[in-house]
Design a protein around this ligand. Structure first.
Ligand code: ATP
Ligand code: MG
Length: 417
């Protein structure tokens, strides 16, 4: 018990961490190309923030949040997603008074109480990007282009972009009625969750993972056929912008997203590789979120991209991830006097930017060589009595086995050469 991590959590071991560093670096670089700056918000927020933004009737708020009372009796929740905290920070720091749009990106851990499976954890990670203050569909297309570029840059080739419009409060009511009318006679056959959704938020039924509910919604009315003029123009604009940017997509009326705050644009990057968890990235527009949170009315659009699912996908596609850099040199020493020289040398080599290691277990010289080989060091620098007398370290090329004497002060240059 004590030595088992809680269900749904995963350690990222050193053998995997370089993959994380790689995708984190790539995400930062691509976001910079699009003009996004990093924001870091706290791991926990007031519970009310998520209830308001993600939505009281959403699965997340209903049954997935890690909520607790702190010692002062406040209700606190570990963030289940990124947008709410970023929107809160945007309002709190009056970023709306800055030059718009404000473009923010982040890499965060998220927490949801879910049934753990491959690509579905309780503590997981997301990259996200949000644009505040732009109502043009250029922002939506840019955000989608960013996600698309990111996936491509990592060698993920088999995702498909699906886009939809989920309308706005003006047209969604009419659609909700049409959908309820369609599902009315099939209501008893819906899963228990969807029976509740039918009353509270029928659009969500379209997002249900149960195969039976999916069957029941075949032939259901489409939000796209119920859009008001403004939403219809916006959707036409979005697809025109995607076309102009050379981004392939399919229109999928079934994309409704699980969070309450979305309006107009909804999109997902899906794959068939990760099994049931086929959405690697999901996002959309949220024009009423900041207002809902008590701030000024500022439109927004963004996405969240699951890092665990991304890495699974990269594994499955055989995407290449550069190996972490090898150790430049191992410094082996024999005896106390040589040890002092070795420690001096290690410090000066590191100051030159080289990655160097030594033995901290009192190994014999033979075992130091073995250890150097196991570390994958490109050179071994040997310091013993002979080297101390001559003032020359022995530098061994681990690949060719070639050895030569090098003055202590020139070892760094020799390793570089
Ligand atoms: P799903 O439909 O798979 O439950 P979602 O609609 O709940 O996903 P979002 O809230 O939109 O997902 O989160 C964005 C992305 O975060 C998802 O596309 C996915 O890649 C990732 N994600 C969501 N929940 C989890 C989880 N429990 N474990 C790992 N990744 C997750
Ligand atoms: Mg979910």
């Amino acid at each position: 018990m004590l030595t088992n991590a809680p269900k749904g959590t995963k350690d990222i071991l050193p053998s995997q961490a370089h993959k994380w560093q790689y995708v984190e670096k790539k995400f930062g670089e691509i976001c910079a190309k699009y003009g996004f700056s990093e924001i870091r918000t706290p791991v926990f927020e007031h519970t009310e923030l998520f209830a308001r933004s993600v939505g009281d009737t959403s699965d997340i708020v209903q049954k997935q949040m890690y909520t607790f009372q702190d010692y002062a009796g406040r209700s606190i929740t570990l963030r289940p997603e990124g947008t709410a905290g970023v929107a809160r920070a945007f309002i709190e720091h009056k970023m709306y008074a800055e030059t718009l749009p404000v473009k923010l990106r982040y890499g965060i851990s998220c927490f949801r109480y879910e049934k753990p499976q491959s690509g579905r954890l309780r503590a997981f990670h997301q990259f996200g990007a949000e644009v505040f203050g732009a109502d043009s569909m250029i922002a939506d297309a840019e955000v989608i282009a960013l996600a698309d570029d990111f996936l491509r840059s990592l060698g993920v080739t088999d995702t498909e972009l699906r886009v939809n419009s989920i309308g706005c409060p003006n047209c969604r009511d009419g659609y909700r009625h049409a959908l309820k009318a369609f599902l009315g006679s099939k209501r008893d056959e819906l899963c228990d969750t969807c029976k509740i959704r039918y009353e509270k938020n029928p659009l969500r039924i379209l997002d249900c993972k149960s195969p039976r509910c999916a069957e029941l919604t075949v032939g259901a009315p489409r939000m796209l056929d119920h859009l008001c003029d403004e939403c219809e123009t916006a959707f036409a604009d979005l697809t025109a912008n995607l076309d102009a940017s050379g981004i392939a997509y399919t229109v999928d009326p079934g994309i409704v997203r699980g969070l309450d705050y979305y309006t107009k644009t909804a999109f997902e990057f899906v794959t068939h590789r990760v099994g049931a968890q086929d959405t690697v990235c999901g996002g959309g527009r949220y024009d009423h979120l900041t207002e809902e949170l008590g701030g000024p009315s500022i439109p927004g659009v963004g996405f969240g991209l699951g890092i665990e699912r991304l890495l699974l996908l990269m594994d499955n596609c055989g995407a290449e991830i550069p190996a972490p850099p090898a150790t430049d040199a191992f410094v082996a020493f024999i005896g106390q006097e040589a040890k002092a020289e070795a420690l001096r040398l290690l410090r000066s080599l590191r100051a030159m930017g080289l990655s160097v290691e030594t033995d901290a277990l009192g190994r014999s010289i033979k075992n130091q060589f073995k250890y150097a080989a196991r570390l994958g060091a490109r050179f071994t620098v040997i310091i013993g009595g002979e080297e101390l007398r001559s003032g020359m370290a022995t530098v061994k090329d681990m690949e060719t086995g070639e050895q030569r004497g090098v003055e202590f002060e020139n070892v760094g240059a020799a390793l570089r050469g």
